[in-house]
Design a protein around this ligand. Structure first.
Ligand code: 2P0
Length: 329
């Protein structure tokens, strides 16, 4: 089983472009219960399910068209040199879909994520590309198949196909046809996400490498699947009952546990910087003084606040340069 066989299973023989141009937008997402560890590296099949919130109109808009010759990739208006790892990863993904050898794609992609907000763009990037390819080729795929195609580019992209709260079901099939994301039909209108940028330098260890190292060497990883199962139940209940405290503390503890498994790997994998710890401690002291605010962190040093709308002004007065996102408005 490889990516190509899954793409063929999903798109069948429908390979001629139905339109001259395909275009789509996909939001970034932040996991409240994290994806950390794969059971299949080739197909990006996760060990556990995960649950995220999509970030409204922050994400990636991508247009694709077919051209003769090799691919042309434009990112935020600038051509991406073909020897970069970004370009290589994109071209390998496009190889899965080419109608004929020698056919290239022109991919024009814009991130609406504030540049350098410290948000990964592979999730929204591959989701927008999968949606745009569906449009170009006229496949008219079901949402779950679009989620699977996005997953083949990057695991977290499976969730960026949808808005609002999204759960990615781990699935158990070898071919991953039951590993797709679905939106939860629930809203949390006052929920706010605050991005605190600590560093936008390229990470010394990617998520991909970090999770592999954790699975292979961290004894703490053994308890991770059980923690995720408990946290998923808690987050689902928190969403259903609009219980902000339960949502916040479950998400924060899940993120810290994910980081603990990585710290316990070898070589050690610590994504934090001194400034990250300073802000965590500030958040804990704000909470101790009665302010309902929590945080989550991904495979990097930046912090994402989880807060309520009526606390935004107070939080911004404590800490300048928080970039606020209202996922439900
Ligand atoms: C998440 N992360 O659930 C977790 C939490 C980072 C920490 O999904 O190898 O870029 O492309 O499947 O999706 C980042 O991992 O990894 C990620 P690949 P991806 O958001």
């Amino acid at each position: 089983l490889n990516k190509q066989s899954i793409v063929e299973k999903i798109t069948g023989a429908r390979r001629s472009p139905a339109h001259e141009h395909g275009e789509a937008f996909a939001p970034s997402n932040i996991a409240l219960v994290k994806y950390w560890g794969k059971r299949n590296d080739e197909l990006n099949l996760p060990v556990t399910s995960s649950l995220s919130i999509s970030l409204g109109n922050l994400g990636t808009r991508t247009a694709v068209e077919l051209i003769d010759g090799s691919d042309v990739i434009l990112l935020n208006g600038l051509p991406v040199p073909s020897d970069t790892s970004f370009s290589k990863r994109l071209r390998e993904y496009l190889d899965l879909f080419r109608p004929a050898p020698g056919t290239g794609y022109r991919v024009t992609t814009h991130n609406t994520i504030p540049t350098a907000a410290g948000l990964a763009s592979s999730a929204s990037g591959f989701a927008a590309l999968a949606l745009a390819l569906d449009h170009l080729h006229g496949w008219q795929l079901k949402p779950r198949d679009l989620s699977i195609l996005a997953r083949l580019g990057s695991g977290s992209a499976s969730r960026s196909v949808f808005k609002g709260f999204v759960e990615w079901h781990a699935g158990s099939a070898d071919d991953g046809m039951d590993s797709f994301a679905e939106p939860l039909c629930a809203v949390f209108p006052d929920l706010m996400i605050g991005l605190i940028k600590i560093s936008v330098a390229e990470k010394p260890v990617s998520s991909r490498v970090g999770m592999k190292r954790t699975i292979e060497t961290s004894t703490l990883y053994q308890t991770w699947p059980a923690q995720v199962a408990r946290d998923l139940k808690s987050i689902r209940r928190a969403i259903e009952t609009s219980d902000f405290e339960l949502l916040g503390r479950t998400a924060e503890n899940n993120a810290l546990t994910m980081h603990a498994t990585a710290i316990a790997s070898w070589p050690p994998t610590l994504f934090w910087l001194p400034e990250s710890v300073k802000i965590m401690q500030a958040i804990w002291s704000w909470r101790a003084s009665g302010m309902p605010v929590y945080f989550t962190m991904d495979a990097g040093p930046n912090i994402k606040l989880i807060a309520l709308r009526d606390q935004v002004a107070a939080l911004s007065s404590h800490l300048h340069s928080i970039e606020w996102i209202a996922p439900f408005t």
